[in-house]
Every structure is written in structure tokens, then in C-alpha cells.
Design a protein around this ligand. Structure first.
Ligand code: GDP
Length: 365
């Protein structure tokens, strides 16, 4: 999964990005790889991994990962080539969801590009840039398809759809609010890779004082929550500055620090939970002496496709899956004990893999 971080300058994007990638690198002892300075790979925290690793005495533990792309430099006029311009907008086109950081903290020392804290205006500014950029994509596609549309009904139909989508965007609306029920249309729009078609998670960046009640008494946060509710998006409250401090701590210190702040989870954990919810993702596990590992799949994924996450051969040669819930496995104390109790099920091609399943795939090569 790949998430792109956007937001106006000075809202706390880099602070958040740095703390996320650092926290991830420290907490799971994961070989933190920086693909480039703006891309960080962060492990998905999963308490089940440690429990299974201990049970199997696994040599290696591999968490699922999320890739973050820090898309700095989105300013008014970006789609028209100001700032970093369109080249970096193309970076966001590849992400599965957008994390939109919104400034909800007051601090006279941190200048706001538009002079005041106003999350709804900021969201609109960023959204307009994304909309402009999408309109350009549509224009190009309309021009390309238009050439062949005269003698091709399918192309002509596409052009018609592209034009009504464009009209929708020109009204200042996001592609994802475009009314379309039928799956073919949605599949087609999917292929366009429009920025405003992507799911959005708002990160409301607050000051430390607003963390304890999850931003409930911060009017700016409430505005963002209202906007997100109307736009089918998720919100999570974060203090990027505190996250940076948390990222420096080891696991025990972190727990204590969070408790002192009255928090159960770090910002990274909140963000991952929000993105899993929004994108409909779950994790299943594989466990053994060599390696215990978590794999990310979409809710509703059947066993062969889940196996395909590990290797395409597993999907192609899929025979069956041996499945046990991680808790049952832990309660029994061993795989063979779970088997004896009848808690290991044999599942076929139609089995829908569940969150927390520990799976052993049988396949032909
Ligand atoms: P970016 O331009 O969106 O990447 O913003 P930065 O992450 O560089 O942050 C801009 C400034 O705001 C920096 O001086 C940060 O230290 C400060 N900042 C970031 N998050 C917070 C926060 O939660 N509270 C306060 N008071 N300042 C913050």
C-alpha cells in the first residue's frame, strides 16, 4: 500500500513524514529503506506478529509495510506549473490513498501561507489544485479519444462520460463524488488515475493540548470532521511535533509517554488504522520456524488471491489452505494441538480470508 502525504506548506507534512518513517524504523527494527528522500517504507504495527514469532521461535519476523510519499510543495497554482508544478502531481497518481495534512494548531511562530489558520479554506485550496490537474488529464484523454470517436461507438461513449466527468470537476467537485452506480463506469474511471478519485484521510495537526480529547474541543478539528463526513473520508488527530518526540523513544518509553498524554496509540498507529479502514484492508499471517510474516489484503479476498500476494505460483497452483485463527493457535500452544482440537480448517478456492487467519497454503508447482 502506498500513501501520499499532501497539504499546504507549513502545515506539518515533513514533521509528520519524518516522525512516521523514523518511528516505523525504530519500533519494528525493520531495515528502513529510503528509496528516495521523499519515500519511506513503514512497517504496519501488528501485535500478533510477536506472539506468533515467540510461539514458533521464528528466525525472522516480517511485518506488512506501507510506503509513504511526502509530496511537498503543493501550493496554489501547482497545477499551472508554479512551485514544483505538474511533475510532482504525477507522483501522487500512483498512490492508493491520499493523506491530507491540515493545520489545526495556532502558533504565531509558524507562518501560514495564507495568513491565518482556516482548515476548510486550506482543504479547498489543495482540492482545487488536484481538480485542475485532473481536468488536464481529462482534456488530454478527450482529445485523444475524440479523434477516433466518429467511427467507434465505444470510444464515443467514453468521450461522453469523460465530458460529463469534466463538467462535474469544473463545478469544483471531486471525481469521487461523481454519481455513477454501474461497475463498468467505475472501472473505467479507475483506469484514469484521477487524484480526486482517490480515498482521502485527513490528518488534523493539532497542538499537544488538544491530543487528550482527540481534538473534540478544537473548532478547527470539528470543521475538518464535518467536511470528511460529507466527503466519505476519514480523519485522525495528530500532533506532528509530539510524534517527532515519540519517534525518538524505545517501546517502553513510548508506552509511558503516550499514557502520560492520555493516549492509547501513536499517530502512526492511528494513521495505519484509518487507512486500513478506509481502504478496506486486513492482514493475514504466515508463521513458521523460518519466518513469521503479515500480509495485507483487501476485505473479501479469496484464498488463491491471498496466496498470490506471497508468490504468483501459489495462486496459479493453489490446491487448498490450512487455516487457523491466530488466537486459537496461541491458546492451543502449537499447530499440532490446534489440529487435534479440530481448529485447523481445510479451505478451498472460495474461502474468503479473514483478519488474523494464520494460513498454510498447499499448492502445485
Ligand atoms: P510542511 O511545510 O508542511 O512540511 O511543514 P513542516 O513539517 O516543515 O512544519 C512547518 C513548521 O511547523 C515547522 O517549524 C514545525 O516545527 C512546525 N510544526 C509542525 N507541526 C507542528 C505542531 O503540531 N505544532 C506546532 N506548534 N508546530 C508545528
Amino acid at each position: 500500500m502506498k500513501l501520499g502525504i499532501v497539504g499546504l506548506p507549513n502545515v506539518g507534512k515533513s514533521t509528520l513524514f519524518n516522525s512516521l518513517t523514523k518511528a516505523g524504523a525504530e519500533s519494528a527494527n525493520y531495515p528502513f529503506c529510503t528509496i528516495d528522500p521523499n519515500v519511506g517504507v513503514v512497517p504496519v504495527p501488528d501485535f500478533r506478529l510477536k506472539l506468533l514469532t515467540d510461539l514458533y521461535h521464528s528466525e525472522k519476523t516480517t511485518p506488512a509495510v506501507i510506503e509513504f510519499v511526502d509530496i511537498a510543495g503543493l501550493v496554489k497554482g501547482a497545477s499551472k506549473g508554479e512551485g514544483l508544478g505538474n511533475q510532482f502531481l504525477s507522483n501522487i497518481r500512483e498512490v492508493d490513498a491520499i493523506v491530507h495534512v491540515v493545520r489545526c494548531f495556532e502558533d504565531p511562530n509558524v507562518i501560514h501561507v495564507d495568513g491565518s489558520v482556516d482548515p476548510l479554506r486550506d482543504i479547498e485550496t489543495i482540492n482545487l489544485e488536484l481538480i485542475f490537474s485532473d481536468i488536464e488529464i481529462l482534456d488530454r484523454r478527450i482529445a485523444k479519444n475524440g479523434r477516433g470517436a466518429a467511427n467507434n461507438k465505444a470510444l464515443a461513449k467514453e468521450v461522453e462520460l469523460l465530458k460529463s466527468l469534466k463538467a462535474h470537476l469544473e463545478d469544483g467537485k471531486l471525481a469521487k463524488s461523481f454519481p455513477c452506480d454501474d461497475e463498468d463506469t467505475r472501472d473505467f474511471i479507475n483506469t484514469l488515475n484521477l487524484l480526486t478519485w482517490k480515498p482521502v484521510i485527513f490528518a488534523a495537526n493539532v497542538s499537544e493540548d488538544d491530543l487528550a480529547d482527540d481534538g473534540a474541543s478544537n473548532e478547527y478539528v470539528n470543521q475538518v470532521r464535518g467536511f470528511a463526513a460529507e466527503n466519505d473520508s476519514e480523519v485522525f488527530v495528530i500532533c506532528a511535533q509530539i510524534e517527532q518526540e515519540i519517534a525518538e523513544l524505545d517501546d517502553d518509553e513510548k508506552k509511558e509517554f503516550l499514557e502520560d498524554l492520555g493516549l492509547k496509540e501513536s499517530g502512526l498507529e492511528k494513521l495505519i488504522a484509518a487507512s486500513y479502514r478506509l481502504l478496506g484492508l486486513i492482514s493475514y499471517l504466515t508463521a513458521g520456524e523460518k519466518e513469521t510474516r503479515a500480509w495485507t489484503i483487501k476485505v473479501g479476498t479469496k484464498a488463491p488471491q491471498a496466496a498470490g500476494k506471497i508468490h504468483s505460483d501459489f495462486e496459479r497452483g493453489f490446491i487448498k489452505a490450512e487455516v487457523v485463527n491466530y488466537q486459537d493457535l496461541l491458546d492451543c500452544g502449537s499447530y499440532s494441538a490446534a489440529k487435534e482440537k479440530g481448529l485447523v480448517r481445510i479451505e478451498g478456492k472460495e474461502y474468503v480470508v479473514k483478519d488474523g487467519d494464520v494460513v498454510l497454503f498447499r499448492f502445485n508447482v
